[in-house]
Design a protein around this ligand. Structure first.
Ligand SMILES: Nc1ncnc2c1ncn2[C@@H]1O[C@H](COP(=O)(O)OP(=O)(O)O)[C@@H](O)[C@H]1O
Ligand SMILES: [Mg+2]
Length: 298
């Protein structure tokens, strides 16, 4: 299985994916003037995203930060193909997204594992759905579980694992399909600081092996800088791209716990935090104001 990963790895991953064959290589993501409006049950329209323009190059690791409610998850939902823009264009691998985007892997904050299936059965689901024989899928799943440090836990059920271990299972389940695009929505948000650091390191190692295009949402700026090639700051709602920062820290980066003490890291952190803080404060002030006005009403 290691050989399979090696053949699909790095070489040529920055090239455009040819034709419409199965997406083995990383695909770029392009949002141009994307808006998303929702209509609430009372018929009132609400703009969650406006004029959102962002390019994530093939194989690039892009982190997105912004205050709660600014539309980060909405953006990811559209890239995944589970949701549609109200305006603007969205392409993945040069093709307009009009259904669940093929070759996409997801990791969400809540681990979307099937509680009634064992760990190995959870991880092998992707390949089985893709038509791989059960025997082969199981062998691949065992290999992926080994890579994420879970050998010996194949036959456990999700509830028998810690939060960090479940996260590893989710990561293995997403990566086993060798996705060309990996979408992650605050995947490590619920973990304690140490486990989070371990998971970040594991993610970096795995990403460096096969280089899928990544959109990684986080509220943790240190995590964003440690992992990403670029960090995108989204404004308070309605969300739009406020600024993009290129993270010029060399790769491989080594342990995320250590690089955050470097001068360049601190520099970047300071700069990006200034930009992000304004938006967080704006979002907070708005929430506080609307809570106060609700309290005034009988
Ligand atoms: N399906 C929906 N219907 C109505 N409003 C929604 C829906 N999904 C998200 N929203 C609203 O859009 C805004 C952005 O949400 P979301 O993308 O989840 O923010 P974030 O992930 O940045 O915290 C929020 O105000 C949220 O309430
Ligand atoms: Mg969200």
């Amino acid at each position: 299985m290691a050989a399979r990963a090696a053949t699909n790895s790095r070489a040529g991953s920055s090239a455009e994916r040819p034709g419409n064959s199965a997406p083995a290589q990383a695909a770029g993501i392009e949002l141009r003037g994307v808006a998303r409006r929702f209509v609430n049950p009372a018929g009132v329209a609400f703009t969650a995203l406006r004029n959102f323009t962002l390019t994530v190059k093939p194989g690039e690791f892009c982190a997105i930060v912004g205050p709660t409610g600014c539309g980060k998850s909405t953006t990811l939902g559209m890239v995944s193909g589970l949701d549609r823009p109200s305006a603007g264009t969205l392409t993945v691998g040069g093709r307009v997204v009009d259904g669940v985007t093929p070759g996409t892997g997801f990791v969400f904050q809540s681990d979307a594992l099937m509680p009634w299936k064992t760990v190995v059965n959870n991880v092998m689901m992707g390949p089985v759905f893709a038509g791989v024989s059960k025997r082969e899928a199981q062998a691949r799943a065992r290999d992926w579980l080994r890579r994420v440090g879970l050998s010996g836990f194949e036959d456990h059920y999700p509830h028998q694992l810690s939060g960090g271990m479940r996260k590893r299972v989710s990561l293995a389940a997403a990566l086993i399909t060798e996705p060309s695009v990996l979408l992650m929505d605050e995947p490590f948000g619920a973990l304690d600081v140490q486990t989070k650091a371990i998971m970040s390191n594991e993610l970096l190692t795995l990403w460096e092996q096969s280089r899928p295009t990544v959109m990684f949402i986080t509220h943790d700026l240190e995590e964003a800088i440690a992992l990403a090639d670029k960090v995108v700051v989204v404004t308070a709602s309605p969300g739009t791209v406020k600024a993009t920062y290129s993270v010029d820290l060399p790769r491989p980066r080594g342990a995320v716990q250590e690089i955050r003490f470097g001068d360049r890291f601190r520099d970047l952190h300071h700069q990006i935090w200034e930009s992000l803080r304004e938006e967080v404060e704006r979002a907070y002030a708005r929430t506080a104001a609307s809570a106060a006005s609700r309290e005034e009403q009988p």
